[in-house]
Design a protein around this ligand. Structure first.
Ligand code: FE2
Length: 337
């Protein structure tokens, strides 16, 4: 293994003060801030870096406007970093990352950082669940908290011009693992040293969504909480501070099993609260899902396109289905998932 997960998300922002207030309210710890930048961290030391769009440290890439312009990945050792860089520099220009480690821009225009980093040790202790006939908590109330504290940054989602090109790169050059495929929508990939269901969802920029225009776009970042209680405490905390959280509300994905709440973020896209997702290793067998069926087991406010129960449609990825999303040349100009 080499890449352990997300070390730092670098946002380009146009309303720095508003973004600083947002991430403070969201529950991150502020480490530093000045007129053009700010730095926050989660409980395990993963960071959110805010840079104004004219900041000289913001990487030059195909990503325009506000949002996450660079994800820096935590690498487990100097040796692993050296090995990754040796491979990448055959056809990429590697430079120092101003916040630590190195960075480069892929052929599809995405800036990526790599930095040796060991996540800070931390523990969670969610209240056990009781159910009829099952007592895990006897004479003991559930935990009370006032506000959430994000523990980790679990994943990010970008929309790509060519989903196959991006997938090939992350799999072949950074050793990411395929975990699941959502037909017509994109692929889920996990870093080789991570246990999250996915660290990136590679969304197809040609999928039929109004906000997808075939260009590289940031979509959302997911921050890990302890359980659903912490998600809902976070929702109420933000609502009491005036944030509008209309939308799907609390839900649970069928792909990844993760409970979710999407929060509109002034730094771009959504900042998703997540909890209780599947944990995977290399024994996992990737599956291929009908898009709507995989999206959610339930969601508080049903969108129109989920107003009818989707058909149960999921199977394991096979060599026959795998080739349809792993070979760019088979795409032939059409969405092929
Ligand atoms: Fe997500």
């Amino acid at each position: 293994m080499a890449i352990l997960g997300i070390r730092r998300l670098t946002y380009g922002v146009d309303a720095l003060d508003q973004c600083i207030q947002f991430f403070s309210d969201y529950g991150l710890a502020k480490l530093e801030a000045d007129e053009r930048s700010a730095l926050f961290e989660t409980r395990n030391g993963a960071q959110v870096e805010l840079l104004t769009l004219d900041h000289p440290s913001l990487p030059v890439s195909a990503l325009a406007g506000i949002g996450v312009h660079q994800c820096t990945w935590a690498v487990d050792s100097d040796e692993s970093l050296e090995r990754l860089v040796k491979n990448l520099k055959r056809d990429h220009e590697i430079s120092d990352n101003p916040s630590g480690g190195v960075r480069f821009v892929t052929h599809f225009g995405q800036s990526i950082g790599l930095e040796v980093f060991t996540p800070r040790r931390m523990s969670c202790a969610p209240s056990p669940f009781n159910a009829p006939g099952l007592i895990n908590r006897l004479n003991e109330p559930r935990k009370w908290i006032d506000r959430p504290v994000p523990k980790t940054i679990n994943h990010t989602v970008w929309v790509y011009p060519d989903v196959n090109q991006a997938f090939d790169f992350y799999r072949d050059r950074l050793n990411f693992r395929l975990t699941d495929v959502q037909k017509g929508f994109g692929v889920y990939v996990r870093a080789d040293g991570a246990y999250e269901h996915h660290n990136i969802f590679i969304a197809d920029g040609h999928a039929i969504f109004p906000q997808y225009d075939g260009k590289l776009r940031f979509q959302h970042a997911n921050f890990g909480l302890e359980d659903i209680d912490e998600i809902m405490v976070g929702k109420n905390y933000l609502e009491r501070r005036g944030y509008n959280l209309e939308g799907w509300g609390l839900g649970r994905h069928r792909i990844s099993s993760e409970a979710f709440l999407y929060v509109p973020c002034p730094a771009g896209g959504d900042a998703e609260y997540g909890a209780d997702g599947d944990a995977l290793d290399d024994c996992w067998r990737p599956r291929i899902w009908e898009a709507a069926f995989g999206t959610a087991i339930y969601v508080h406010n049903l969108p129109d396109w989920l107003s009818h129960q989707p058909s149960w449609d999921v199977g394991y990825v096979t060599p026959q289905t795998a080739r349809h999303f792993s070979k760019s040349e088979l795409r032939d100009g059409q969405p092929i998932l």
